[in-house]
Design a protein. Structure first.
Length: 223
């Protein structure tokens, strides 16, 4: 599959809220640039539908059962050419930046004017990002004030301290007070896989245990 192909772009809609699926279907069905290839109501269905249909765009809600963010990670890993766009009511920084770290091509809120959705998705297929200006302003502010200092502090001169995207995600969830089981459920991976990633984080940061890794993360994030 290649998103360089001519439209219609094939769309997967993954959302447990039926009215939202109806609204998305309404604006896309009447646009010749798009063809809805599948719908899903939870994370497991979304992953299976994506693997089966290989859509150009996966439009995913973060709050659907089974963890929308977990579905994003799984689809991104197994279908790297698919464009993933979040469509959600959740606008808090934790979810916004977790989604961006997973490699999504867009983050849209359900409060948007849905009549704009076709152009936003077409832009994503053409290599653009889809995000409301208010969210973009927060991304730029976070990048300017926090992310460069944190990443420079932990990685400057120490290549072994560079964490993968999944390790960053798990460290962030640990800092939120999530248990191994909760992280596994959210990311749709096994508890054993979580422990492997935590061990890698501890080793790369050069700290004795996960508590110390979380403390370092929090301390650097606040500077």
């Amino acid at each position: 599959m290649s998103t360089a192909a001519k439209p219609p772009w094939r769309i997967l809609i993954a959302d447990d809220h039926a009215p939202t699926r109806d609204d998305v279907r309404r604006v896309l069905d009447g646009d010749e640039r798009f063809a809805i290839c599948a719908e899903a109501t939870d994370a497991a269905e979304a992953v299976l539908a994506a693997l089966s249909e290989k859509p150009d765009i996966c439009l995913i809600d973060l709050n659907m059962p089974g963890s929308g963010l977990g579905a994003v990670w799984e689809i991104a890993a197994r279908l790297p050419e698919a464009k993933i766009v979040i469509l959600t009511v959740t606008d808090d920084d934790a979810n916004l930046f977790a989604a961006l770290r997973s490699g999504v091509a867009g983050y849209l809120l359900k409060t948007m004017n849905f009549d704009r959705l076709p152009d936003e998705l077409d832009g994503v297929c053409q290599g653009e990002a889809a995000m409301q200006r208010t969210l973009m302003a927060r991304v730029l502010e976070r990048f300017r004030r926090s992310e460069p200092r944190w990443r420079q502090t932990v990685s400057s001169g120490h290549a072994r301290w560079r964490l993968t995207s999944r390790e960053w995600e798990i460290l962030d969830l640990l800092a939120q007070g999530r248990s191994t089981a909760e992280i596994a459920e959210r990311l749709v991976i096994s508890p054993g896989a979580v422990r492997v990633h935590v061990a890698a984080v501890v080793r790369k940061l050069g700290v004795p245990d996960r508590a110390a890794a979380v403390e370092l993360f929090r301390r650097r994030s606040e500077t």
